[in-house]
Design a protein around this ligand. Structure first.
Ligand code: SF4
Length: 469
């Protein structure tokens, strides 16, 4: 299924999510659990150690981004030397065409895929299926949502929005599983189904958590081992790699693989931490005969060199989603595209155009939790504010909002008007109580309007000065 762009419908989609009790339960439990595990894992050896790891990881990514064009050339040279085929794709259409061409050249009919957010962004499954190929997602979460014709709702845990009972019902309906409430039995059932697909696939598609320039390798971290099956069992492997995934050295990869699992699942290391160096060598029995890396831009070079360039440092750990009070309430689908949560609220407008994701920069209380938990210290709240500024400059803000801000500015730029405004507001509240009139009532519908203090600060100050000795 391709992700249909619906980001301008954020409010309506959030309403749907808020009235779904199963989703509320599943996302609430999932994000709270991941948030707590992250804190435990990051600071298991003390706050200083945790903060040091973050600083080191942030610097590794920034150093790579500062040299992005040069490192990409180095990576290409070293990838080719390792036997990878290397292709460059400017956008989604070109990336999908390259995948289709490679598949056609190698007579591919069946494809297994490991989890890749970039592939969601590109709509690779849709392109392959439209060409008559069979594609099977092999990450358990992705497998479930593929069966249910949905898209991922979380960067790391794509099926976070579903309860165990819902997953059981999907397996019964789509795969004829014998009814059971035992989660282990469900996993064992799925594993058995997937085993056949692994054995029969002509081609495996993976993403890459990192592209290591100095060795011409890709770094892949995972817990289920499905990525290893996708990248080593079929005769052909394609890795889809966003150009921002570059890191300079293996040491940087080692640094980043310490913070990525800690931030995402609360593990000090993922179960499988891989470095892939291309197709099988002549003296190796296992591994693909052919391996390709497709380096995908799809809007990233437009972000590079702007005030949003830091967003390219994201290592897709999902910690900002787990920490965000908005995401915790709505889940990921409300954001209306591939990436949800604070990083989605920044990346989506940058990738699809601010006018196509107008509500997202406002889908934040600016509490700062996202920046606080980010393992590479991306200042997401600052970027959300900058995006709001860009909207105002582009004339995209709402008429009512603009009018309210103008009124606010009029009141705040004159001491007399400010004092009068305060008096009027106190008088108004005495008449209206806790409900605000007209459109402002949308705000107080779900919240108590706090009481104004009976006396303003200026009044209190005046009185205090008066009683001073
Ligand atoms: S912005 Fe930071 S916290 Fe959010 S997914 Fe990216 S790396 Fe993780």
């Amino acid at each position: 299924m391709t992700v249909e762009l619906q980001s301008n419908d954020f409010i309506a989609l959030a309403d749907i999510a808020l009235s779904n009790p199963d989703l509320q339960h599943a996302v609430g439990a999932g994000t709270r659990g991941a948030y707590a595990s992250r804190a435990e894992a990051m600071f298991a050896h003390g706050n200083e150690h945790g903060e040091f790891m973050r600083r080191q990881a942030a610097e590794a990514k920034r150093r790579a981004l500062r040299q992005l064009p040069d490192l990409l050339e180095t990576a290409e040279r070293n990838l080719l030397a390792n036997g990878w085929g290397v292709e460059w794709a400017e956008d989604a259409a070109q990336a999908n065409q390259i995948v289709l061409d490679i598949a056609a050249r190698h007579g591919v009919r069946t494809v297994t895929k490991s989890k890749s957010m970039l592939s969601e962004e590109l709509g690779v499954n849709h392109a392959l299926e439209a060409a008559g190929l069979r594609v099977v997602e092999t990450d358990l979460g992705e497998y479930i949502i593929q069966l249910n014709n949905e898209t991922p709702s979380h960067i790391v845990a794509p099926v976070m929005h579903k309860t165990k009972d819902e997953i059981r019902d999907i397996f019964i309906r789509e795969l004829g599983m014998a009814p059971t409430d035992d989660a282990e039995a469900m996993v064992a059932f799925a594993r058995k189904m997937l085993r056949e697909d692994f054995l029969n696939a002509d081609m495996g598609i993976s993403g890459a958590n990192f592209l290591i320039a100095e060795t011409g390798s890709i770094g892949l971290v995972m817990n289920e081992g499905n990525g290893r099956m996708c990248t080593s069992m079929p005769r052909l492997h394609i890795a889809l790699v966003g150009i921002e995934k570059i890191v300079e050295t293996v040491e940087d990869y080692a640094t980043l693989t310490q913070v990525l699992p800690r931030s995402s699942t609360g593990q000090s290391l993922t179960v499988y931490t891989n470095i892939l160096n291309g197709p099988a060598r002549t003296d190796e029995d296992d591994g693909p005969e052919h391996a390709y890396v497709i380096l995908v831009d799809n809007g990233r070079s437009e972000i590079f060199g702007t005030k949003y360039a830091d967003a390219l440092a994201c290592i897709r750990c999902g910690a900002c989603q787990n920490a965000c009070p908005v995401y915790r309430s709505t889940g990921g689908h409300a954001y209306g595209w591939v990436y949800g949560g604070p990083i989605g609220a920044v990346l989506t407008p940058l990738f699809v155009g601010l006018e196509n994701a107008t509500p997202l920069p406002h889908a934040s209380s600016l509490c700062g939790s996202c920046k606080q938990v980010c393992p590479v210290d991306i200042d997401l709240p600052r970027m959300l504010l900058d995006l709001r500024w860009d909207q105002v400059r582009a004339g995209q803000s709402k008429v009512g909002w603009d009018a309210a801000m103008k009124m606010w500015a009029i009141g705040m730029t004159s001491p007399t008007r400010y004092a009068l405004g305060g008096k009027a507001a106190r008088a108004g509240q005495t008449i209206m109580g806790e409900y605000m009139p007209g459109v402002l009532g949308n705000w107080s519908k779900h919240r108590d309007f706090p009481d104004f203090a009976p006396k303003s600060f200026r009044q209190l100050w005046k009185e205090r000065k008066h009683v001073r000795p």
